[in-house]
Design a protein around this ligand. Structure first.
Ligand code: FES
Ligand SMILES: [Fe+2]
Length: 388
């Protein structure tokens, strides 16, 4: 159980909040690259409690600016992209991707007023078919050298999950909560086996759960009675690797989370793929009505991700951790919270938190031992799992 202050510390993501400042030390996805087209060159990004505009100008440069125009506040999402940047739809103030104001059309020609105007701008880079932004203090660190992002011997595909209407830390705690699989997912992760006892589900398959820290985050491990071992790394602070999928949870604000899945498909013979331009599949909502909250919506319960979204959202928009009864199987959840508090403290002391790398010569490749093929699944590792 946490105090209200501790719960706030884990869950508030806006500027100046403890977790918000921690999360601002990492590159985070802000959009699907293929969605920015000449016909639709702008989109609103809601991230860490900020409302931003992502755009590609006519020179092909991509920028991420505060969405609210410095002049009198109109949204730049409705602006016109031009060769030099984006022009506010209201009075045409023109901003480049660095946030410099280049024009204020209604001012006298000789006016230098625009030189005094600076729009908040964040660095953007493209990786695995996504645009990623860094919202923290400069200089920006390096992108995590994670196998799903950087292995070249395969293709990738994006799966854009439906909106998750709850706080980001609920799916993260779930990533360190192995016991739920054998209960919540007993009818979706049972691989055709009939369940003898629905009260215990698949629980008695498991010998033990272990949790430990790694250089890049945390690991949860299930050891099954048949000797099979199932390990799922958490790339601190907001990514779960499950199967060959990197599940990225991006806090939009305290009560909404954007979830991107990046799945890696290795080539059969290790062949290098030169141009991997991942297509995106958009997953339909798991609840109906899709924009309502529990108890005013109903989740489907016939798919693993739907079951998880149900569990996370029904914990509340922000789970009240002053009201809970943790037990021995929650020690992964407790470890994650301890690591968060410790890393938050580092940021408050002016230090880099876990996983922030700045030296290209010291950016170790994070090899999480992706499965090479379906066949490999019998090799003392969990089958290509549909669970986490
Ligand atoms: S509100 Fe943007 S130019 Fe006036
Ligand atoms: Fe789950």
């Amino acid at each position: 159980m946490l105090t209200k202050e501790e719960n706030d510390m884990l869950t508030q993501v806006g500027p100046g909040t403890p977790a918000g400042e921690l999360l601002r030390r990492y590159w985070l996805p802000v959009g699907v690259a293929n969605e920015l087209t000449p016909e639709n060159p702008t989109q609103t990004v809601r991230i860490l409690g900020e409302t931003l505009v992502l755009f590609r100008d006519k020179s092909g440069t991509v920028g991420l600016l505060n969405d609210r125009c410095q002049h009198r506040g109109a949204s730049l999402t409705y602006g016109r992209v031009e060769t030099r940047g984006i022009a506010c739809p209201y009075h045409g103030w023109l901003y480049d991707t660095k946030g410099d104001c280049l024009e204020t059309p209604a001012e006298p020609c000789e006016s230098k007023f625009h030189l005094t105007v600076k729009q908040k701008a964040y660095p953007v880079q493209k990786l695995v078919g996504l645009y990623w932004a860094y919202l923290g203090p400069l200089p920006a660190p390096l992108m995590t050298n994670f196998d799903i992002w950087f292995r070249q011997d395969g293709h990738r595909k994006l799966f854009i999950q439906p909106p998750l209407d709850c706080n980001w830390f609920q799916p993260m705690e779930n990533s360190m909560d192995p016991a739920h699989l054998q209960i919540l997912h007993q009818n979706t992760a049972n691989r055709g086996r009939s369940i003898q006892d629905t009260t215990r589900g698949l629980t008695d398959d498991v010998q033990e759960f272990d949790f430990y820290e790694t250089s890049y985050g945390l690991m949860k491990r299930r050891t099954y009675k048949n000797g099979m071992i199932d390990e799922h790394p958490v790339i601190f602070p907001n990514i779960l690797r499950q199967g060959n999928v990197g599940q990225i949870r991006v806090p939009m604000d305290d009560t909404h989370t954007k979830v991107y899945f990046v799945r890696f498909f290795p080539t059969a013979n290790g062949e290098i793929v030169e141009h991997d331009d991942p297509p995106a599949e958009y997953i339909k909502p798991y609840k109906n009505p899709p924009d309502a909250l529990h108890p005013f919506t109903k989740f489907r319960m016939d798919a693993v991700q739907a079951q998880d979204h149900m569990a996370w959202e029904t914990q509340g928009p922000i789970c009240d951790r002053t009201q809970e009864r943790l037990t021995s199987s929650d020690r992964g959840v407790i470890l994650l919270r301890e690591v968060m508090f410790r890393e938050i403290k580092k940021v408050q002391q002016g230090l880099d938190p876990m996983g922030v790398i700045r030296d290209p010569a010291n950016n170790p490749f994070i090899d999480t031992h992706l499965m090479e093929s379906i066949e490999q699944s019998s090799n003392n590792r969990a089958p290509r799992a549909v669970n986490e």
